[in-house]
Design a protein around this ligand. Structure first.
Ligand code: AMP
Length: 701
């Protein structure tokens, strides 16, 4: 059986660690060069072989274009695709190749087979980035035991076992490409993360860019020559810039000689100038910290110690800032480059023994588990709120309706119940899940479109779907659903988010897209024109006409398409469902002129079925208005049932001598049958209008 390792899959450097069989402490497995960290760089040879680490970085620095670096910044970015020798790669593909190389190297160096791994990610990574990291790990042949947050892993590595007293620790993690800040309460056996925040587009590389821009300006000042547009030159200046930055962590000034097309200059850079030109970057880290403090209600006064993680925390300005704000020296003891991998190794080796989620020991006693140096129970949090796209209360805007707020403990789950009209939208309900804090959906990350399938038809056709949104302990989102009436779990399929989500900026009343958008609805009003409608100076037909006109006016602005049918001895579809209400009203006003015979031999269902079976509407209503008893009732009921089976909702509205039992038999559900007074006809139609207007998914809470 192989071992479990911790892997810090960094933007610029990666590291692998295990628990030493000799000491029981976490230790780095060095690479073939005897280095504890390996550059996260790949180089593709034309024969299909791939170099990685130091060798690949060397070739990259020589300006070889078949090398890739910084791909972690593009994890889960659908727009990022690199073609090398005709083959396309995503960031997850590159990560998977690198992980495989790291695994093979660690196996060769340690002489131990690697089975499982805990892979670390910035706390700020969203569901997409975490899922892609998990996928990359699996594709590399690793059993991914967990995805954990880098700062939490660092807290493990620091152990802080010496005190029984609770300490509030700030973990300041500034790597090559990401910045993460986390506040945790740590005691002798528990790490309780209070909150995390970060900016995963900020890291040491931004300081390099800053220095490179400075070198470029100074060179131009001294020589009147600019190389700003020469990509190859800028690349090699970036290498000089990074070296200068690293030197300035140990000394006060550096001299950078630059040659370009025969022009030469020596650029002097000192610590103060570096601080000056990059102060806006330090400002960004400071405001991320302030934002986190605000959200969890603490200040620098509450911080007992600061753990520095990531190569960029070697910069003097970072250490000065931490000293100045906390009034203390940063905590020391673990190498900033190694802390994350070491912590992940600890976690990888307690994960089997310890149920991190419940906090209860699984197989062994907690004393034995905690005998791995640094091992602790951990309660982590999510750095992003999880929400779904829904309509605001007024129904005039789409919003991110937050379900699990940011900084909630993970794992965490919340359920919401939605009303869904069965028979609509192929019995599929869609929910769009987003991560982020902003009201406007597009200002957040839309992580997935979840299609909830196999909803069973119910009677009445409104069913309750309980959707459970979950953050796993890996910080990955899972959605599950149960149909409350049947208690059955529904199939939930995560689908990719359509490229064009601009409908979320539109007024929900003006379009029919999206999970909670109004359904695509068609209605056929079918009116009984037998002789009795003309009794009493045609009062019934006039009242029915009035009620139908009223109904149409109540539906205005709804986009529901309405048609009109008359039946008696024969039937006639006077107008197919349309949203041209003007044209429809003209037909309604002239209904009394229509001749379909005087008796009740025919029925509207056969024609309704014929029309709707070709229609693409999601919700189909056949509203039958009648004042009498039909001569072929059995046949009518049979045809009505065919409509019910096809998902056509039949509503039966009777008055005068209409037969209540018959109305119930032809209606889809008992609640869709009603016997009313002629004078109440408009009111009954009004209720129907409300019923139809509420089609689609309606949140109950
Ligand atoms: P990490 O992603 O944690 O491996 O951090 C890599 C980043 O740390 C890169 O941007 C390096 O340039 C930076 N770095 C490494 N060593 C130093 C140093 N001595 N001083 C300043 N930055 C450094």
């Amino acid at each position: 059986m192989g071992i479990n390792v911790g892997i810090d899959l960094g933007t610029t450097f990666s590291a692998v660690a295990r628990i030493s069989p000799q000491t029981g402490r976490a230790e780095i497995i060095k690479n073939h060069f005897g280095e504890t960290i390996t550059p996260s760089v790949l180089y593709f040879n034309s024969d299909g072989s791939v170099l990685f680490g130091e060798e690949a970085k060397q070739l990259q620095q020589e300006g070889n274009t078949n090398s890739v670096a910084f791909f972690k910044r593009n994890m889960g970015n659908g727009m990022y695709e690199v073609t090398i020798y005709g083959k396309k790669y995503t960031a997850a593909d590159f990560s998977s190749i690198l992980l495989k190389k790291l695994k093979e190297t660690a196996e060769e160096v340690s002489g131990q087979k690697i089975d499982g791994a805990v892979i670390t990610v910035p706390a700020y990574f969203t569901d997409i980035e975490r899922s892609e990291t998990m996928k990359a790990g699996r594709a590399a042949g690793l059993n991914v035991l967990a995805i954990i947050n880098e700062p939490t892993a660092a807290a493990f590595a620091y152990g802080l076992n010496e005190t029984k007293k609770d300490q509030t620790i700030l973990i300041y993690d500034l790597g090559g490409g990401t910045f993460d800040v986390t506040v945790a309460r740590i005691n002798s056996d528990t790490i309780d993360v209070l909150g995390s925040d970060g900016d995963h587009k900020l890291g040491g590389k931004d300081w390099d860019d800053c220095i490179a821009a400075y070198i470029c300006d100074e060179f131009e000042k001294q020589t009147n020559v600019s190389f700003a547009d020469d990509a190859e030159m800028v690349n090699s200046i970036l290498v000089l810039a990074e070296n200068a930055k690293k030197q300035l962590s140990a000394m006060n000034s550096v001299r950078i000689p630059v040659n370009y097309k025969g022009s030469r200059a020596i650029i002097n850079l000192d610590v103060e100038t570096l601080e000056d030109i990059s102060s806006f970057l330090m400002g960004t880290t400071a405001s991320v910290i302030d934002r986190l403090f605000d959200s969890i209600g603490i200040t620098w006064n509450n911080i007992d110690g600061v753990i520095l993680v990531g190569g960029s925390t070697r910069m003097k300005m970072v250490q000065n800032y931490v000293r100045q704000m906390s009034g203390k020296e940063p905590l020391r003891g673990v190498n900033v480059d190694e802390a994350v991998a070491l912590g992940a190794a600890i976690r990888a080796n307690i994960v089997q023994e310890y149920d991190m989620l419940s906090g209860k020991p699984a197989r062994r006693s907690s004393e034995q588990i905690l005998s791995i140096a640094g091992a602790k129970k951990v309660r982590d949090v999510t750095a992003h709120s999880m929400g779904m796209i829904s309509q605001n209360k007024e129904g005039d805007r789409y919003i991110n309706s937050i379900i699990i707020p940011k900084n909630s403990k993970i794992p965490s789950s919340e359920s919401r119940t939605y009303q869904f009209r069965t028979g609509s939208k192929n019995n599929e309900m869609e929910v769009y899940v987003v991560q982020g804090e902003y009201k406007r959906p597009l200002d957040n990350v839309i992580t997935g479109m979840y299609s909830i399938q196999g909803i069973e038809k119910t009677s009445p056709p409104v069913t309750n779907i309980e959707v459970t949104y979950q953050y796993t302990s890996d910080g990955i989102i899972e959605v599950s659903a149960v149909q409350k009436e049947t208690h059955k779990s529904l199939k939930v399929i995560k689908q990719s988010v359509p490229d064009d989500m601009s409908w979320t900026d539109l007024d929900p009343r003006d379009h029919a897209e999206g999970g909670n958008a109004p359904a695509n609805i068609e209605v056929i009003l079918s009116i009984d024109l037998s002789g009795s409608m003309y009794f009493d100076h045609s009062t019934p037909i006039h009242k029915a006409t009035e009620a139908m006109l009223q109904f149409v006016s109540e539906m205005s602005g709804s986009k529901v398409r309405i048609g009109l049918m008359a039946f008696a001895d024969r039937h006639k579809l006077l107008i197919e469902p349309t949203d041209n209400y003007e044209k429809l009203n003209q037909k309604i006003r002239k209904i009394s002129d229509v001749n379909v015979g005087a008796c009740n031999k025919d029925q509207p269902f056969t024609e309704g079925y014929r029309y709707f079976s070709r229609s693409d509407a999601d919700v189909k209503y056949l509203i039958v208005l009648t004042d009498g008893v039909w001569s072929r009732q059995e046949h009518a009921i049979k045809e009505a049932k065919k409509c019910h089976a096809a998902g056509i909702e039949v509503m039966a509205l009777g008055f005068g001598s209409a037969d209540a039992k018959f109305l119930k038999a032809i209606a889809s559900t008992d609640s869709f049958a009603s016997l009313t007074d002629l004078n109440e006809l408009s009111g009954s139609f009004s209720k129907i209008a409300q019923e139809i207007g509420s089609s689609g998914i309606t949140a109950l809470d």
